[in-house]
Design a protein around this ligand. Structure first.
Ligand SMILES: [Zn+2]
Length: 131
């Protein structure tokens, strides 16, 4: 599997973007990578509609990941498996500790936490021990 080779993205205004790794977390998943780079919310803002505190929280660096435009636009990044692959990428490529990510998820001021955003679902089918 090859990584996409688009231009390095420019730093978007107003947010602290995650480090750019040059690898789409979803490479090889469903469709071919393409269409440049997008910042993607690991936990989508759409799941906390009407909850301003949660939406602000979700804009934090640890929640953002660069994904290719094709996987973002066609919503592969929002599929359950897509989120699991992004979780793996955040640990193994971006270098976040799983405890940090779990604490982020647990710290979301949910009104109702959807099942697919439970930590055990986000890490289901991913292994952090091996690259
Ligand atoms: Zn991609």
């Amino acid at each position: 599997m090859t990584s996409p080779t688009f231009e390095t993205p420019k730093k978007p205004l107003g947010i602290s973007p995650p480090s750019f790794t040059g690898v789409c977390p979803l490479v090889g998943y469903g469709i071919k990578c393409g269409l440049g780079w997008h910042l993607h919310h690991w936990v989508g803002r759409g799941v906390v509609l009407g909850n301003k505190k949660a939406r602000r929280y979700l804009d934090q660096h640890v929640n953002m990941t660069w994904v290719c435009g094709a996987h973002n636009i066609e919503r592969w990044a929002d599929a359950r498996r897509g989120r699991q692959l992004i979780t793996w990428h955040k640990v193994m490529v971006e270098g976040h500790h799983p405890d940090e990510l779990e604490a982020f998820i647990d710290g979301i001021p949910w009104k109702v936490q959807p099942h697919e955003y439970k930590w055990e679902v986000l890490i289901s089918g991913v292994e952090f021990g091996t690259v």
